[in-house]
Design a protein around this ligand. Structure first.
Ligand SMILES: [Fe+2]
Length: 262
């Protein structure tokens, strides 16, 4: 199964909406090429958590859904309030009602033997009222539930791969920007000795940096026993060639192909 990984669309900022529609058009028009019917969006879908932005994002995502695509989303800090640093519950509600339709995280969606586990890296950040700028915080409740869930999925013979999606970047250690409980998350998702991987693919965004974490000198995939660890760049950002990069992940072969979109 191939999945398309979008991230950090920041709808509402500059001409990102126009570029995002261009990407959606490309996806719908090129299914023969990418061979996917499932799109993951790893947060910061809008820029300021405003209702008008969510309406634009909903129209965008509906184009994909109406064309038969499954679209899975997780919230980012910018989906929760202005500038991604002043979170409020009204934005959270808009995100749930207009974008995700997910009431509680972790959420599990199983499609064709692939178990997608969605996390909300803003949950504890907002609950505790300790809003530290653009940081994320999964919280103990979510991590404990994730732990149990991964045990259950490991016992399910119908599940081929577990794909974990969150917005915050677990290898971003910048103060005011990283995931506060990244070490706890790594503890939960690491492969246990003598066992198969607990998580086969770990996908996130937030840093606007396209990178697979399998560098020979610092291979996080080997370190944590996860087949594929990938941070999507900001999909609506143009590269040096003036084109946008669209990563498509092959879950069977654990490879990533990037298509360039004008
Ligand atoms: Fe972010």
């Amino acid at each position: 199964m191939n999945i398309i990984h979008l991230s950090d669309l920041h709808i509402g900022k500059s001409n990102n909406l126009i570029k995002a529609h261009r990407i959606i058009e490309w996806i719908i028009g090129n299914q023969d090429l990418h061979q996917s019917n499932l799109v993951v969006i790893s947060g910061d879908i809008v820029d300021d958590g405003e209702t008008w932005q969510f309406k634009k994002a909903r129209d965008l995502i509906n184009r994909l859904r109406e064309a038969g695509y499954i679209v899975l989303t997780v919230p980012g800090n910018h989906d929760c309030g202005p500038n991604g640093i002043r979170e409020n519950q009204a934005s959270k509600r808009d995100f749930r009602e207009m974008i995700s339709q997910v009431a509680e995280y972790p959420a599990v969606i199983i499609k064709s033997g692939q178990a997608f586990v969605l996390l909300d890296s803003m949950e504890a950040e907002m609950e505790k009222g300790e809003l530290w700028s653009a940081q994320g915080y999964l919280g103990l409740r979510q991590l404990q539930k994730l732990d149990l869930l991964l045990d259950e999925l490991a016992e399910n013979p119908a599940v081929e791969n577990v794909i974990l999606v969150l917005h915050h970047h677990p290898f971003d250690y910048l103060f005011y920007h990283g995931l506060r409980d990244h070490a706890d998350l790594k503890g939960v998702i690491s492969r246990r000795e003598g066992r198969p991987p607990r998580v086969n693919a770990l996908l996130f965004g937030h840093k606007h940096l396209d990178h697979r974490f399998n560098d020979p000198e610092d291979n996080k995939e080997d370190l944590y026993g996860i087949d594929l660890i990938f941070s999507s760049g900001q999909t609506v950002e143009r590269g040096e060639d003036g084109k946008m990069a669209l990563p498509v992940i092959d879950l069977e072969n654990k490879t990533i192909q990037r298509y360039r979109i004008s």
